[in-house]
Design a protein around this ligand. Structure first.
Ligand SMILES: Cc1cc2nc3c(=O)[nH]c(=O)nc-3n(C[C@H](O)[C@H](O)[C@H](O)COP(=O)(O)O)c2cc1C
Ligand SMILES: O=C(O)C(=O)c1ccccc1
Length: 389
């Protein structure tokens, strides 16, 4: 028997008997506006922004909206279990927190608070390479809870090796390698403010604490922070990498490896051929290629191509429980969320992130039940009709 995620609904109504209402909206699509009101447009601008005119972020929502669920009745949905197996591990629900860098823009407790929220709810936390908190500190905050490390593959192989060794030692079980960001895209909102967080040192904690990174500096970080930032900028990524380079990661990481930012079935097949364990079908929440395919439109083809060989995960645009249901029906084993939990963090710290997780999973549990399913396993393409795009 899995956890009864839908009980959150009654918890809210029961609290209501004493006059209490939830501290944050239960419609998570409202969080962005609320965060902007509370924190101001600066930090929220970086988090909310997308590539180009924002068309990809809109396409993500539109792609999910075109699919409509066709509920079934009289199927005994009394006992339900949302758990799934991903990368050989049992997860209590098909959800993980996506790697989001620079979370200190949202809240001083940043990754620590988000990681504790994930641990409290049993949902995996994917820590960004560009976190504001060193990975060892985040690991300590999580106890033995499930955590994965996201790699921005540094140009210097010594730094890459060092990151992998540190992540392993700190108990991160899976490696998520992000391939859609060998450079930052054209992001007008950030350009117009002329603001990039890491030029101010935000999101550099893993680098500035790294012995291999520091070995490349002429002076200690605190003596010449600008030089350290410039070293980070040069190190951050390597647009020259190609498929054969993945052998390096296989050699230095003995756990599961997931490639994030896959949108073409042939790239998914190449991932499987290279001995990878999973892919995240993602367009980075619309932050990289403007005018790109909505992530949900790329999902079915990739699931058909490699669903029997790889764990197919999905992100970009998930805001509601029914979005998760649709992603499962289109072939995802689990989904990740980015901005919604970043806003929850900005509005109410750890409690805000837990609120976001609980709302999404309560809504998913109810959507499954009300559509005739006892769990993710029975959901498939037959549960959807698709309106023409
Ligand atoms: C502020 C911000 C920072 C991000 N930083 C990273 C990162 O460091 N590494 C990474 O792989 N993806 C990063 N992403 C992308 C997320 O992992 C994820 O793909 C995306 O947010 C999913 O879309 P959603 O925000 O619509 O849920 C970031 C996204 C945002 C909004
Ligand atoms: O902003 C992003 O989307 C992102 O991936 C990133 C990259 C470097 C530092 C912080 C975030």
């Amino acid at each position: 028997m899995g956890k009864h995620w839908a009980d959150f609904q009654y918890e809210i109504y029961l609290h209501g008997m004493t006059g209490a209402v939830p501290r944050l909206p239960t419609d998570l699509t409202r969080l962005e506006e609320l965060t902007e009101q509370r924190l101001g447009p600066g930090p929220v601008g970086y988090v909310a922004g997308g590539a180009g005119d924002g068309s990809t972020a809109r396409a993500n929502r539109a792609a999910l909206a075109r699919h409509r669920i066709v509920p079934r009745v009289l199927r005994d949905v009394h006992e339900r279990d949302l758990s799934v197996e991903v990368l050989g591990r049992a997860l209590p629900a098909p959800l993980a927190l996506a790697p989001v860098g620079v979370l200190s823009l949202m809240h001083p407790d940043a990754e620590g608070a988000a990681a504790r929220a994930a641990a409290a709810q049993g949902v995996p936390f994917v820590l960004s390479s560009a976190s504001s908190t060193p990975m060892e500190q985040v690991a300590e905050a999580m106890g033995d809870a499930e955590r994965w490390f996201q790699l921005y593959w540094p140009k210097d192989p010594e730094v890459a090796r060092s990151f992998l060794g540190r992540a392993k030692a700190a108990g991160f079980t899976a490696l998520v390698v992000t391939l859609d960001t060998p450079m930052l895209a054209w992001r007008p909102r950030d350009l117009d403010q002329a603001y990039l967080p890491f030029l101010h040192g935000v999101g550099t904690a893993n680098y500035f604490t790294d012995p291999a990174f520091r070995a490349g500096l002429a002076k200690p970080v605190h003596e010449d922070p600008n030089a350290a930032v410039m070293h980070f900028v040069g190190m951050f990524s390597d647009p020259a990498k190609t498929w054969p380079d993945l052998a390096f990661l296989r050699e230095h990481w003995d756990g599961p490896i997931v490639l994030k930012g896959i949108l073409h079935p042939d790239d998914a097949r190449a991932a499987a051929d290279a001995g990878m364990d999973g892919v995240v079908v993602s367009n980075h929440g619309g932050r990289q290629v403007a005018g790109s395919v909505g992530a949900a439109d790329a999902l079915p083809g990739i699931a058909r191509a490699v669903g029997d060989r790889l764990a197919v995960l999905f992100d970009s645009g998930v805001r509601t429980g029914d979005d998760i249901f649709k992603a499962l029906a289109l072939g995802a084993r689990a989904v990740l969320i980015g901005r919604p939990y970043a806003y929850g963090l900005g509005l109410d710290g750890q409690a805000g992130v837990e609120h976001v997780i609980r709302c999404l999973l309560a809504e998913l549990d109810l959507t499954l039940a009300l559509s005739g399913h006892r769990g993710p396993g029975s959901v498939g393409p037959a549960d959807l009709v698709t309106e023409p795009g």
